[in-house]
Design a protein around this ligand. Structure first.
Ligand code: ADP
Ligand code: ZN
Length: 430
């Protein structure tokens, strides 16, 4: 099912013409109205008229998270203040937030893109979407909310946390779709199990839209099995509207990125040089339709690749492969580069492992992986626990090339955060 068949299946050549036209309009606007870009253009000795093909985008300056932080609280706004309709911020992990402004057209457009995603994943006006993301300054819940309403689905603005209440809502109103982070989905699945609830038998949930944090294919399968739902990967970031930037179709094989709205590039994270389709690197995005706050060549820090092969679903917008992490997620332990997702991939493939884990770095370079056991997987025999611990450590060693200490802990004993999961605690004295 398409939300907007014409756009979603547009021929590549027409789509690229549209991109170029929108890129040039965007450049003319920022050149006239945004001092930050005026300055950057001057430094590089370029003007909007120098961009004649899509490849010319490479001549434009990058925008980084630090640039957006430096512009806080005013933002890189391209419209008069009276045209601003909504403010969101992106928390990031440290330092000042980024102020992101939306005009009326931007709010509508974000909902439109979200509606495309939802329809692509089979949502209709008959659905009841329980929105278990954080409402507020974070874009995650609100943009989804508006998109689902646009499709005509009924939205339950539950927000995250309070699993007892979430369950009641699901039971009483027969929610069919969940919007949830992977960490909360795992936690919630364990909660249902502890309550003796079989979602296939007792609940009406059929689909879950899972994003806002990196997660692995193993985690997707685990959530699908435990919640009895089909999980669709959902990618977005506040700097580009929030959710609805890229989303899986029914094939669940890569996320279509809406190329009529965003120009995507993959670059080498170190040199900034463009990489060809299929190669893994940092995703860089340029907004093509944003009115209040256009952003050029935003360094997302997310690591992915472009799947250029046409998708059997008929959509011509190219797909992104699963985000494997952020350039700044990488840990260096005893000289070895490690991404937390490598650890998650190993853990979530082991049936006795529960819903949560934590990577702790201490002392000089000591790594401990705390792993929750699955409900009912400990039979009281300590030697089995030790054997499992050893097995997990050995499997981790094979993946990350260094052997961490593994500590098995009871189900539900590791901290869960209401927002995004914190997987790594680094207390090293290096
Ligand atoms: P913050 O910067 O405060 O975390 P955002 O909501 O803007 O707030 O976070 C966007 C980031 O979340 C993305 O840049 C990406 O790193 C991560 N993210 C969002 N969706 C996914 C997804 N489906 N898979 C992996 N990472 C994701
Ligand atoms: Zn598809």
């Amino acid at each position: 099912m398409y939300w907007d068949r014409r756009i979603e299946t547009m021929e590549r050549s027409a789509l690229e013409r549209l991109q170029l036209q929108r890129l040039r309009t965007t450049l003319r606007r920022v050149e006239k109205t945004v001092p930050f870009y005026q300055q950057k253009f001057k430094e590089l000795g370029i003007a909007s008229r120098d961009v004649r093909t899509l490849e010319d985008v490479r001549r434009l300056p990058f925008t980084t998270g630090a640039d957006l932080r430096a512009s806080y609280p005013k933002g890189l706004v391209a419209v008069p203040a009276s045209r601003l309709l909504r403010l969101h911020t992106s928390s990031g992990t440290t330092g000042k937030p980024k102020a992101l402004f939306f005009s009326r057209a931007d709010v509508d457009n974000a909902a439109e893109l979200m509606a495309r995603c939802l329809t692509m994943a089979g949502v209709t006006a008959n659905d009841i979407l329980q929105n278990m993301m954080t409402y507020g300054l974070f874009t995650g819940a609100l943009v989804m909310h508006y998109g689902a309403e646009k499709v005509g689905a009924m939205v339950i603005p539950a927000g995250p946390g309070n699993s007892e209440k979430q369950l009641l809502l699901m039971q009483d109103f027969r929610s069919t779709v969940l919007h949830i982070t992977p960490s909360y989905a795992l936690y919630f699945a364990a909660f249902l199990q502890s309550k003796g609830i079989d979602p296939r038998r007792d609940l009406a949930i059929r689909r879950a839209f899972v994003g806002a944090e990196p997660y692995t294919e193993e985690t997707r399968r685990k959530i699908e099995k435990a919640l009895g739902v089909q999980v669709f990967n959902s990618y977005g970031l506040s700097e580009m509207n929030g959710p609805g930037v890229a989303f899986e179709c029914e094939r669940q094989d890569g996320m279509h990125l809406w190329e009529d709205n965003f120009l995507m590039e993959i670059v080498d994270p170190v040199t900034g040089e463009p990489l060809p389709d299929g190669r893994k690197g940092e995703l860089v995005l340029t907004t093509l339709r944003r009115e209040a706050m256009p952003i050029l060549r935003y360094r997302t820090r997310d690591i992915t690749s472009i799947l250029a092969k046409p998708c059997p679903c008929g959509r011509t917008h190219r797909r992104l492969s699963r985000i494997t992490g952020r350039t700044d997620d990488m840990l260096i332990v005893r000289g070895v580069n490690i991404y937390p997702q490598q650890i998650e991939q190993v853990l979530m493939g082991i049936p006795q492992v529960g819903s949560n884990y934590l990577i702790q770095l201490e002392g000089l370079d000591e790594m401990t992986v705390k792993v929750e056991l699955a409900e009912g997987s400990f039979d009281g025999k300590v030697e089995r626990l030790v054997a499992l611990q050893d097995e997990i450590a050995a499997r981790l060693r094979a993946e990350i090339l260094t052997k961490p200490r593994v500590e098995l802990v009871p189900p539900g004993s590791l901290p869960v955060s209401e927002g995004k999961a914190r997987r790594v605690v680094d207390h090293r004295k290096l």
